[in-house]
Design a protein around this ligand. Structure first.
Ligand SMILES: [Zn+2]
Length: 250
């Protein structure tokens, strides 16, 4: 680590249970962020700030004016630009040590496995069940930990799957069927700070996983009610009928 890096990361390095080892681990690791919307904006900013080695940002959308209240990395001048590309440029300006790749594409059957197998952690910052399911299956298969976040209206959800160490329960134990009535922010609304809080929590789990410091539990579902200001937590249990993790076990 050079002089400037020692200075830049000094506040993290001061933490006795993080230290230089945590920082060096972080700087040698790669993270994939799927979706550069409200969750991905925040998570990517904190991961770049913390000094993760490589960040890959995947999104095929362009920035709209109605994104600006939540997607706080973007400026008014970015409206109309690609989210992945604009985020890469803005993060490069904040954290030139971090290698940032912008992939202007949707996650699909053809690219999911390759993208996931190249990284040490995946952040699910998507906004639809179809992509989530595809992403979770790819992480499950590649044994890559997955940090999932979601937010709608005043409510947020977080769950991390340590597919690197635990094969079950999995995401499909939680959501066995693809919901056709997937909630979308476009129709249901969203409170900006709620999605921001979820993105921050995702980045914290990712920092702990990549640095090897701190505890990250498998399959703990955390639900945040932003209107009431309260959290609920529950441990996911395996669905014995799960199409993914139950069948593979038998
Ligand atoms: Zn399962």
């Amino acid at each position: 680590m050079n002089e400037s890096q020692l200075n830049r990361y000094s506040r993290q390095l001061l933490l006795p249970n993080f230290d230089i080892e945590g920082q060096l681990n972080l700087s040698s690791k790669r993270a994939l962020i799927v979706g550069v919307g409200g969750l991905g904006n925040i998570a990517a900013t904190y991961l770049a700030g913390a000094g993760v080695g490589t960040l890959t940002l995947l999104d095929d959308d362009c920035i709209e004016e109605s994104n600006l209240p939540r997607q706080v990395l973007f400026n008014e001048s970015n409206v109309g630009e690609s989210k992945a590309k604009a985020a890469k440029d803005l993060l490069n300006a904040k954290a030139s040590d971090v290698t940032i790749n912008a992939v202007e594409s949707k996650l699909n059957e053809h690219n999911a496995e390759a993208l996931v197998s190249e990284v040490d952690v995946v952040l699910d910052c998507t906004d639809n069940f179809k992509t989530r399911k595809l992403l979770h299956r790819a992480c499950y298969k590649a044994k890559v930990p997955l940090v999932s976040g979601a937010a709608i209206r005043w409510e947020g959800q977080l769950i991390t799957f340590r597919y690197d160490t635990d094969a079950s329960p999995c995401y499909e134990c939680l959501y066995p069927e693809l919901s056709d009535q997937a909630l979308s922010c476009n129709e249901n609304g969203i409170m900006g700070p709620v999605v921001g809080a979820m993105g921050v929590m995702q980045s914290l789990d990712a920092v702990k996983l990549l640095s090897g410091k701190g505890e990250v539990a498998h399959g703990r579902l955390k639900i945040f009610d932003g209107f009431a200001g309260s959290w609920r937590e529950m441990t996911l249990t395996q669905d014995p009928e799960c199409a993914l993790c139950a069948l593979e076990k038998s």
